[in-house]
Write a protein that binds this ligand. Structure first.
Ligand SMILES: [Zn+2]
Length: 272
C-alpha cells in the first residue's frame, strides 16, 4: 500500500502547489502522480503482486488516475474512516509513506500536522508526532511495517526515528518552510523506484501492536482548545492544549480526526 501525500512530492515548495484548483496544482499533480508511479514500478520490480494507492492529500482528489501505472489500484475521495491509512486493515504486507512532510512546529517544507495551520504541535504518548509517526503507529496496530518514506530531507530525518528500517528518499532539501533545493522528477523517480524495490524485502506482516495511546494537541489560540474540549473524552490540559486517551491507535486517530474537524470549524478569519 502507498499512503500518498502531496507536500513532500517532487518540486513542491509552496501552498499553491498543493491547493486544488490552482494552475500550479495542475502542474504539480502530474509530478505527484510521477512519484507514485515510480514507487509502484519499484514495488512490482521487488515482487509486489498488488499495490493500493490511498491518496491522502486535502480533497484526496489529486492523482491522475488516467496516468497511473495500470498495475495499481487507487483509493480516492474523502470520508475514509482510517483517513490517510484507509486500506491498512486489508491484506497489506507493507506501507510506503510517499510525499510525506515534517510535523507541525518543526522545520520542513510545508510542515504541518493535518491542519495546514492552527496546530502548533501534536504528541503521541509524550513524543512529538508528525503525520508519519501517527500513521506508523496505526500501521503497527495491523502488524504492517513502514517500508519506505519519501519527502524532503526533514521528513526523512523524522522517519529515521519512527521507522528506522525504512528506505528513505529525500526528493528535496529544505531551505525554509516555503523553499527547497529540488531535483528534477526524472532523477527523483529513479531514487523512489530504487528505494521501493529494495524496500519490498522488508514486507511481511508482524505481530500487531496492542495497547492504549494518548494524544495531545496544541493550538495557536485558546478558543480552539476550548472548542475541541467539547468532544467526549477530550480534556483541556493547558490553555492552548487538549489531550485524550484511547484504547488503541485506531480509536485514537478517530478522536484526533474529530478534534481537528471541530478546531478548524472554530477558526475565525482574521484572528484565527
Ligand atoms: Zn500531510
Amino acid at each position: 500500500m502507498i499512503s500518498a501525500d502531496m507536500e513532500g512530492a517532487t518540486g513542491v515548495t509552496w501552498a499553491a502547489d498543493v491547493a486544488p484548483g490552482t494552475e500550479q496544482w495542475q502542474r504539480f499533480r502530474r509530478m505527484f502522480t510521477g512519484d507514485v508511479n515510480a514507487c509502484v514500478s519499484g514495488l512490482f520490480a521487488g515482487g509486489a503482486v498488488d499495490v493500493l494507492v490511498n491518496e491522502a492529500h486535502d480533497s484526496q482528489r489529486n492523482l491522475l488516475l488516467e496516468d497511473l501505472d495500470v498495475r495499481a489500484r487507487m483509493l480516492t475521495g474523502r470520508h475514509k474512516p482510517l483517513s490517510m491509512m484507509q486500506g491498512i486493515d486489508g491484506d497489506v504486507d507493507g506501507v510506503v509513506f510517499l510525499g510525506y512532510h515534517a510535523g507541525a512546529g518543526c522545520d520542513g517544507v510545508l510542515a504541518h500536522t493535518y491542519l495546514a495551520n492552527s496546530i502548533t504541535g501534536v504528541w503521541l504518548d509524550g513524543t512529538p508526532a508528525s503525520e508519519g509517526r501517527l500513521n506508523a503507529a496505526l500501521a503497527a496496530e495491523y502488524g504492517v511495517p513502514v517500508i519506505s518514506v519519501t519527502g524532503d530531507d526533514r521528513a526523512c530525518a523524522d522517519a529515521a526515528e519512527y521507522a528506522p528500517d525504512s528506505h528513505r528518499v529525500a526528493v528535496k532539501e529544505c531551505v525554509s518552510r516555503y523553499a527547497a533545493i529540488c531535483t528534477p522528477p526524472e532523477r527523483t523517480a529513479a531514487w523512489i523506484s530504487g528505494a521501493a524495490r529494495a524496500a519490498t524485502a522488508l514486507a511481511g506482516r508482524g505481530e500487531p501492536a496492542v495497547g492504549p495511546h494518548r494524544i495531545e494537541v496544541e493550538f495557536d489560540a485558546t478558543h480552539l482548545a476550548q472548542a475541541a474540549a467539547v468532544v467526549p473524552t477530550v480534556e483541556q490540559v493547558a490553555i492552548r492544549r487538549v489531550g485524550f486517551d484511547a484504547v488503541n491507535m485506531t480509536e485514537a486517530m478517530k478522536a484526533f480526526k474529530v478534534v481537528t474537524a471541530i478546531a478548524s470549524g472554530a477558526v475565525e478569519g482574521i484572528y484565527g
